[in-house]
Design a protein around this ligand. Structure first.
Ligand code: DHB
Length: 392
């Protein structure tokens, strides 16, 4: 056998799994189709739940995040032109989120794996999994030099994101259920050189559409605007972006601070869950198994939760304590997957302009936001799910 666990995908799920397995004395190889540079510089979301932060610190990959990340003790939900704070510290006994971009987490994980002599193979192609229901699954692939290779392992983890083809190895007709939902809106995301417009993130419901005010550093800000699903990046000039952000957010002590936009992209909204997340000796984790809409920034956090439990199950298996936890992997993680799906869907549905029900739909949303923010129980529900529930 070449390695104990073959991991397809070097994103948050694959790299964290490899790191956690290493700490348990288990050997793995990570196969990633992108280059190291692409992995380390692709811009994604930037909010870490408390459990993600704790796991990074406890497993020795949290130093830079502690130094450079920013803890946020609350968010603002904005509607009817007024801000309503959700105070995480009071509502969740001191839990918080940390703003630290996903690609920085990946840099830290890659650096640690390489320090620990970890094996990450970038730039591979034509990855295929064979015999995953046998005791010796194999992964064939073409390496970055163009040579065909084969890796024999005991277990395989599919961590290669929402466009994975590995999922199809779970037989669709008899075993697998796919749940899918599209949403009638998209996000336009920007990075801009500008001072922060607010100390905390602002989620704004406005009759013109949703806006999100986020941040990266004191010099760089990340903002999002709800746009139509068929809008393209070029449809939005810098002036149009800033004037729309002002229109949707400004008021009552907040004024968006303009700056130089240096990155623009469009994010589509979808929810997806595949059940079960395993078949034979193949296990899916992260976006390969489920995708959430971006509202709430749950994608990476859910991927980290998956591999926290998967690494425990794999460790028990390799310690010859049986397949119980491995076989129960889907059952262990699925309730959290669906709770997270619900939260992202709920936040999205409360905050976005719904194309077909602008009048009644908007008033109903404002009433819901009013109900949620005026009661301690409502605010606690948002806070607990935003900071994320503990792993155990
Ligand atoms: C960010 C992204 C999100 O989806 C979110 O809910 C909050 C913040 C971000 O990229 O900063």
């Amino acid at each position: 056998m070449d390695t104990q666990v073959g991991i397809v995908g070097g994103g948050p799920a694959g790299l964290m799994l490899s790191h956690l397995l290493h700490l348990k004395g288990i050997d793995s190889v990570v196969l990633e189709s992108r280059t190291r540079r692409e992995v380390e510089y692709t811009i994604r979301a930037g909010v870490l739940e408390q459990s993600t932060v704790d796991l990074m610190v406890d497993t020795g990959v949290g130093d830079r995040m502690k130094r450079e990340g920013r803890a946020h003790q609350g968010i603002e939900l904005r509607f009817g032109g007024r801000g309503h704070r959700i105070a995480f510290d009071e509502l969740t006994s001191g839990r918080a989120v940390t703003v630290y971009p996903q690609h920085e987490v990946l840099k830290d994980l890659i650096a640690q794996r390489l320090t620990d002599d970890g094996d990450i193979r970038f730039g591979v192609s034509k990855v295929r999994i064979h015999d995953h229901t046998s005791g010796t699954p194999k992964i064939t692939y073409r390496d970055s030099e163009g040579n065909d290779q084969m890796l024999t392992c005991a277990l395989v983890a599919g961590c290669d994101g929402s466009r994975t083809s590995i999922r199809d190895l779970i037989p669709g007709d008899v075993v697998r259920n796919d749940y899918f939902r599209r949403y009638p809106f998209a996000w336009y995301g920007i990075l801009a050189e500008a001072p922060p417009s607010s100390e905390e993130l602002i989620y704004a419901n406005h009759p013109r559409g949703f806006a999100l005010v986020s941040t990266r550093t004191p010099e760089v800000q990340r903002h999002y605007l709800q746009v139509d699903t068929d809008d393209s990046v070029d449809d939005w000039s810098d002036d149009r972006i800033w004037s729309e952000l002002h229109a949707r957010v400004d008021g009552e002590g907040v004024e968006i601070k303009d700056g130089k936009i240096f990155l623009k992209s469009i994010l589509q909204f979808r929810s997806f869950v595949c059940e079960p997340m395993q078949h034979g000796n193949l296990f899916l984790a992260g976006d390969a198994a489920h995708t959430t809409p971006p509202t709430g920034a749950k994608g990476m956090n859910l991927a980290i939760a998956d591999v926290y439990f998967l690494s425990k199950a794999m460790a028990e298996y390799f310690a010859n304590r049986g397949r119980g936890r491995l076989d129960g992997y889907t059952e262990t993680v699925l309730p959290r997957v669906w709770r997270t799906q619900h939260f992202s869907w709920w936040m999205s549905s409360m905050l976005h302009r719904l194309p077909d029900e602008a009048g009644f739909g908007h008033q109903r949303q404002v009433a819901e936001l009013d109900m949620v923010t005026r009661s301690v129980a409502g605010r606690t529900l948002v806070a607990e799910n935003y900071v994320g529930t503990p792993f155990e």
